[in-house]
Write a protein that binds this ligand. Structure first.
Ligand code: NDP
Length: 398
């Protein structure tokens, strides 16, 4: 019997998810796309129809309201909900999935709108409710988190008896021609990169000032780039699930122009997330800034260059030291040619589709709330190769 898929959110990542689900229609069946602004859903549906000839139903939905989500899940008879709205909506959508016993997937962990702090606590707290409802909730099925967790699980399964250190390396060498823009939702992106850095070593979290630690990494197919240590959410689950881990860090590349703009915006208070009074109105500076910046979805046609995201893992296999690098390189223009999106949306949207496909096809099953690395990485890694994200593994000198 044909399945029903409900996708929530209609931004850059959603565009890729909808295209890729439509390309795998034998799994996803009848697709409904719902978001706050219905016209954005209609625009995506129109492009999918004209490129692939597949109909996508659209609906207006405020995903901050659990009852409205429940109603739409019931109307569409959804077999899965793919949440690619914002992290603020994770909990309301999860609650609607519990109420209707519908499997759930997202790409980013919950973040409270008033605190620039993201963690899994609230989502993990729903484990028993998901278990009792007999459904799976898959957390963080994007690229990082998502594919990076799978790379770690794959390394653990096939390459190591024990992994001692992991560095997650995220390089975007794309150029969109604007002096300053973000590749995904500006508010979420700027909150992430302006926060204090953090890494985990010997059982404790070590905090750094924002952008305090910089290393130059030589990224295959791109070259050497300044890479800054950030806190990133997948580390929270990986420290629990990877055997023998002694240290994990996350690095992301930033160009000087991006950093100078960000510092200046921060210095004048434009990254603030608390309301300020402006001519008798209340505004949140970060939200106002997001309004001024280019819509990430509009960067697609103008972005050139490549992304390279991967992990370097070091540990022990059969009593000997070993170090490997697993990475994926994607070309922004190739992504746009295929699905009308730039590489950051593409590398997030494809793993979201793959995670949902494995759930709907029954390859990944179970009840409760899961992080990616708790599941078998092999079918996910195979689908990355065939669905547009081929990866490589190299052995490195120690
Ligand atoms: P966008 O800002 O482009 O899109 C977000 C969409 O969510 C918009 O269509 C927006 O609606 C919709 N939305 C916001 N609030 C609501 C609401 N209350 N009800 C219904 N819809 C709502 O973001 P991106 O596409 O760039 O990112 C999507 C998600 O992917 C984010 O959670 C982001 O953190 C995550 N991400 C994950 C990555 C990974 O590798 N794991 C990497 C990059 C992103 P409207 O159009 O009305 O504003």
């Amino acid at each position: 019997m044909s399945k029903n898929t409900l996708i929530i959110g209609a931004g850059g990542v959603s565009n890729v998810v909808v295209f890729k689900c439509a390309m795998n229609i034998e799994t996803f069946g009848n697709i409904t796309l719902a978001s706050r602004t219905k016209s954005k859903c209609d625009a995506i549906a129109k492009n999918v129809k004209s490129r692939l000839g597949i109909e996508i139903a659209t609906a207006s939905l405020d995903a901050d309201i659990t009852e409205d989500i429940v109603k739409l899940i019931n109307e569409t008879k959804a077999d899965i909900v793919i949440n690619v709205a914002l992290p603020y909506q994770d909990l309301t959508i999860m609650d609607a999935c519990i109420a209707t016993k519908t499997p759930y997937l997202d790409t980013a962990n919950y973040e409270h709108p008033d605190t620039a702090m993201f963690e899994y606590k609230e989502q993990w707290a729903k484990h028993d409710a998901f278990k009792n409802a007999g459904i799976m909730g898959l957390l963080g099925s994007g690229f990082d988190p998502g594919a990076t967790n799978m790379f770690c699980a794959y390394a653990q399964k096939h390459y190591f008896d024990e992994i001692h250190t992991i560095d997650i390396l995220d390089c975007n060498a794309g150029d969109h021609g604007y002096p300053f823009a973000t590749n995904f939702n500006p508010e979420i992106n700027l909150r992430e990169v302006s926060a204090k850095g953090r890494y985990w070593e010997n059982g404790t979290w070590i905090e750094t000032e924002p952008m305090e630690i910089m290393q130059v990494w030589d990224y295959p197919e791109i070259g050497p780039k300044d890479s800054y240590l950030l806190y990133h959410e997948e580390m929270e689950s990986l420290v629990k699930n990877i055997k023998g881990l002694k240290r994990i860090r996350f690095f992301m590349t930033f160009g000087q122009s991006y950093l100078t703009h960000m510092k200046c915006l921060e210095n004048v208070g434009m990254l603030g997330i608390k309301e300020v009074e402006h001519k008798g109105m209340k505004i949140v500076p970060m939200e106002f800034l997001a309004t001024l910046l280019p819509d990430p979805a509009s960067l697609g046609p103008r972005t050139k260059g490549k992304t390279n995201i991967g992990i370097v893992a070091e540990g022990i296999k059969d009593g000997k030291k070993r170090k490997i690098y697993i990475y994926q390189v994607k070309d922004h223009e190739e992504c746009y040619a295929e699905v009308m999106s730039q590489g950051v949306s593409y590398t997030t949207g494809v793993p979201a589709m793959i995670g949902a496909k494995l759930m709907l096809d029954g390859v990944w099953s179970g009840t409760g709330v899961w992080n990616m690395e708790q599941l078998d990485p092999d079918p996910f890694m195979e689908l990355m190769n065939t669905q547009g994200l081929p990866w490589k593994i190299i052995e490195m000198d120690i």
